[in-house]
Write a protein that binds this ligand. Sequence first.
Ligand code: AMP
Length: 449
Amino acid sequence: MSNFKEIELSTPLHNAIQDLGFEKPTPIQEQAFYVIKSGKNVVGISQTGTGKTLAFMLPILQGLKFSKENHPRVVVIVPTRELVLQMEEKVKAFSKYMNVRVLGVYGGTNIKTHKLAVSQGVDILIATPGRLYDLALSNVLKLKMAKQLVIDEVDVMLDLGFRFQLTNIFELLPEKRQNIMFSATMTEEIDSIIDEYFIAPHKISIAVSGTPLDNIAQQCYPVHNFYTKVNLLAHLLEDKETFSKVLVFNSSKKYADRLFNALEEQYGNEMGVIHSNKSQNYRIRSIEEFDSGENRILVTTDVMARGLDLDKITHVINMNVPVFPENYMHRIGRTGRAEQEGKTILFFTEKEERYKTAIEELMDYKIPQLEFPEGVPYNSQLTPEEREGEGKHKNHNRNDKKIIGGGAFHEKSAKNSKVNLGGSYHRDLAKKYKKRKTRGDKKQNNKKK
Ligand code: AMP
């Protein structure tokens, strides 16, 4: 299937795709079309950026006949409000020339508006799990006509604690339906849901175009503590030309806020922040301002930024090292999309070094390390969590090291910081993410080893 003409698409779909300028199906679109069309249950392991929305919407839209039914025949569940809005926009674009009613509903807004919208009739309903469940309980929304259920970003949904709502929703849906599920990672919990609710699903697994890491240049800096990381980031951001669209990841919303506050004076007028404690309007505005280029910097957390389809990010900066290596993959996958050369920088403290090693073992690639830049001041201020950690260290009678900004800890033998990557799950991950050794980076890479 080299171009869309080879799939027997209806004229309205064909025209919509032409309007969008898509020339040929992406690998997941190729793999998913006939399987989904056949009505089988499908589980896709695939990240955003691979074209997965069209992969499931194309066969669904193709099969959707005109009906006078007012209750939704297709239900799409996504974890966050932002994703509802993005999905709604995409599905409306795909179904532009069709007579299909598409509606997005999400929590945090007045449910009355959604009840009214649902009561006017909808064919494809896109929803967050909580709002969907509330609407179904209120009886305004009936799920008995839903023939197809799509659950997107299942891993994030479970991270956010939506298992209960999900399984409750399953109970309200007709038993005879097609289930389509997408996740960026596979976990035991997802596996158990599949076992319990999905009959004989067809599995599709796709990495981001080719090897996801091939078009992303990676670097790292050893840094003593959080507030010195802030100084380093502030220093890097001074180069506005190079760092023109920067996504900055933090371990938690607390740290995202701390970073935002620390940088506000210097960069407040070109920086936004998103995390789950921010109001919905604030989040939407922050994303829009960043995507349009009005803001140069977006501060975020793992869960918030997952799945967002942001364009042309020049740098992904990691203020911390993710404890789960695959989260690093998700973060850096925000840059270097669609054949563009992306860049990512990781700041790590001594305590975080073992997580960095785990990531490197997963990729089979040692991230080139840079010297801590001269002139960037060291900040001795510690966050409450760091202070707590220090206390623990003191009990271990650790020798104090002289640390200048970046610190001396990186000289520690790599052997000591080796992390056992565990069993087959990690081997599978490694297969997916292993960095090819044919890159120009290799020389630099080996030098650092
Ligand atoms: P998704 O993974 O669904 O979030 O899609 C990622 C991006 O790829 C979106 O901006 C889509 O508009 C775009 N896209 C989807 N399918 C294609 C295609 N066949 N050719 C080019 N771009 C596409």
